[in-house]
Design a protein around this ligand. Structure first.
Ligand code: HEC
Ligand code: HEC
Length: 505
């Protein structure tokens, strides 16, 4: 009996320790150079020497102050006087680490960080929103059922003044489903390039400046000479932007005309490598904090041999923080470690929404059998539906030490290798993506060339006369989407069952 009591007492002490571990566990340090080096995979070309911005530089950056922010509505949904009413509000600092006691507090605070815009700040002086529903007609971008455009938010950091900003995590990681349901953390599809495209077309941004911006985003010094990293004319840039389907982004470090599919962040805690190319390892919150810091500005300050994308003096020197000239308009600040830690807790807590797909039980059971028999299970292993491994691409031979350091499944799936060889995110690999949440994704394979599972399993996509429904470089009328030949030869019936099963994951 007494042993039982002691066991219960012990268990409750443990529970207390778990719920209050925040007061004991120190917040990890983001810019820890040794950890940063371990966390990155090297470029596929061993002649490239990579150096990350020094700790002193990182520490010299101003910290983001996270104010309360407000949604941007489309004109048709905005209540009269909304913008003026915002201008009457006091600035309110929303993130205060001193006030965070419980795990729930940290998750809620992380949500604020997730939605806080960190780029392209500009004043808004008008009376009503400039965004109209008609600008969304072509299917470019989505707004929520209540008319919110999640790519931007308003910030008030000075009374009477309204600022709009973008590039919060939510701006690329929010999905609005056709049903109108919004899924935070899923592969995003809200970005609407039409405003930017209008500015390009009107000439209000000089083309040479845009070319330089694309080069900063896309140039990898080791890519072959024949490989273009800038658009040749305005039209090519415009059409490459309009060609982006929802869920695909020209994220910095991509290769020009090879944009990247946005992964879902739901269930991220179990995912071992981040990015399509597995550029960064993920062993816990500290790594995810580093991921966010790099991707919200710092990766443009990494030195590749003698080239720093945002560098001054022929890209050779780090720019003073006030002189960041980031093509996306990042403001030369950094998140605090507490903000980043909270962000990770929010991301880890993201839950998948209820799956609306209803299929007969027998069909799903049959689909599961097909999944196992067709060999999908080797790479997309349940319960994560990924074996969390990296597959080398055509044209890359993993060096011997990689087999000790990384989790490699040494079979190439033979999809296009450009992003894995000639971009700054290149590693020589594509990771095996998880198939959980396929039903709230609409851009498949690393460049998002395909938008449906039927297409993924259609052998016609291997032919040069194929017209993919997803991203295709604008100068091409047709294009083969090569590789990943699995399941292409299944009967129509088996495919139907397989797709039903995949949509339940
Ligand atoms: C401009 C759009 C954009 C913004 C803003 C953005 N992301 Fe992403 N995110 C992407 C794209 C595109 C990828 C895929 C990149 C790749 O594969 O190389 C990605 C990948 C990721 C991944 C890797 C996930 C995986 O499974 O591979 C994580 C984690 C992530 N983003 C978190 C964040 C967080 C946290 C923020 C805010 C601090 C953020 N992102 C802001 C577009 C964006
Ligand atoms: C040898 C390992 C391997 C096998 C076997 C395999 N896959 Fe994959 N799968 C991958 C890799 C790697 C990718 C990413 C390829 C890329 O982005 O270029 C992928 C991507 C996918 C995607 C796109 C996911 C996304 O978000 O982009 C789907 C869907 C998919 N696989 C389904 C299947 C099905 C169904 C089968 C069986 C018929 C299967 N896979 C067999 C390795 C594999």
């Amino acid at each position: 009996m007494s042993r039982f009591v002691i066991a219960i007492a012990g268990a409750s002490v443990l529970i207390c320790l778990i719920s209050f571990r925040w007061s004991f566990e120190p917040i990890p340090k983001t810019w820890d150079m040794e950890a940063i080096k371990k966390f990155h995979l090297p470029p596929p070309d061993s002649f490239v020497n990579v150096e990350y911005a020094p700790e002193a530089y990182y520490n010299s950056l101003q910290e983001h102050v996270i104010y309360k922010t407000y949604p941007v509505y489309l004109k048709e949904f905005e209540r009269p006087g909304y913008l003026d009413s915002l201008r009457t509000l006091e600035p309110e600092i929303a993130f205060d680490p001193q006030k965070l006691k419980t795990q729930e507090d940290w998750v809620k605070a992380g949500e604020l960080v997730f939605h806080f815009p960190v780029a392209s700040y500009r004043p808004i002086n008008g009376k009503v929103s400039h965004l109209e529903e008609s600008q969304f007609e072509k299917g470019a971008g989505k707004f929520t059922a209540d008319g919110i455009y999640p790519f931007n938010r308003y910030i008030i950091n000075e009374k009477g003044k309204l600022i709009i900003g973008s590039h919060s995590c939510a701006s690329c990681h929010t999905r609005v489903m056709d049903s109108g349901v919004t899924i935070t953390g899923a592969q995003g599809n809200v970005y609407n390039p039409t405003g930017f495209v209008k500015n390009i077309q009107s000439g209000s941004i000089p083309f040479a400046f845009l070319q330089q911006g694309v080069k900063q985003l896309a140039y990898a010094p080791w890519a072959p000479e024949t490989f273009r990293s800038i658009p040749s004319d305005k039209e090519e840039l415009v059409s490459s932007l309009l060609e982006l389907p929802g869920g695909v982004a020209d994220r910095q470090g991509y290769a020009f005309l090879y944009p990247l599919a946005v992964p879902s962040l739901i269930g991220l805690k179990d995912i071992k490598y981040l990015d399509n190319t597995g550029l960064m390892r993920h062993d816990g919150p500290a790594d995810l904090m580093r991921y966010a810091a790099f991707n919200q500005g710092m990766d443009m300050l990494t030195r590749y041999n003698n080239y720093i994308p945002l560098g001054k003096k022929d890209n050779a020197e780090l720019p003073p923080p006030a002189e960041w000239n980031h093509p996306f308009g990042y403001v030369g600040k950094r998140y605090t470690d507490a903000q980043l830690y909270a962000l990770t807790q929010y991301i880890y807590a993201l839950k998948p929404p209820e799956n609306p797909n209803q299929f007969p039980k027998e069909l799903i059971a049959k689909g599961k059998l097909v999944f196992n028999k067709a060999g999908c299970i080797t790479c997309h292993t349940p319960p994560l539906y990924t074996n969390n491994k990296l597959t080398p691409v055509n044209g890359f031979e993993p060096p011997a030490d990689h087999f000790k350091k990384y989790d490699i499944f040494n079979v190439s799936v033979e999809t296009d290798s450009v992003s894995a060889l000639y971009s700054r995110r290149a590693t020589g690999y594509y990771k095996v993506p998880s198939l959980r949440g396929l039903w709230y994704r609409g851009a498949f394979f690393h460049n998002g060339n395909l938008t449906t599972l039927d297409e993924v399993l259609d052998p016609k996509r291997l032919q040069p006369d194929y017209i993919p429904s997803g991203f295709k470089p604008p100068h091409l009328k047709t294009m083969a989407v090569k590789g990943h030949p699995f399941g292409l030869d299944l009967s129509e019936k088996d495919k139907k069952a397989l797709i039903a099963f995949l949509k339940t994951l």
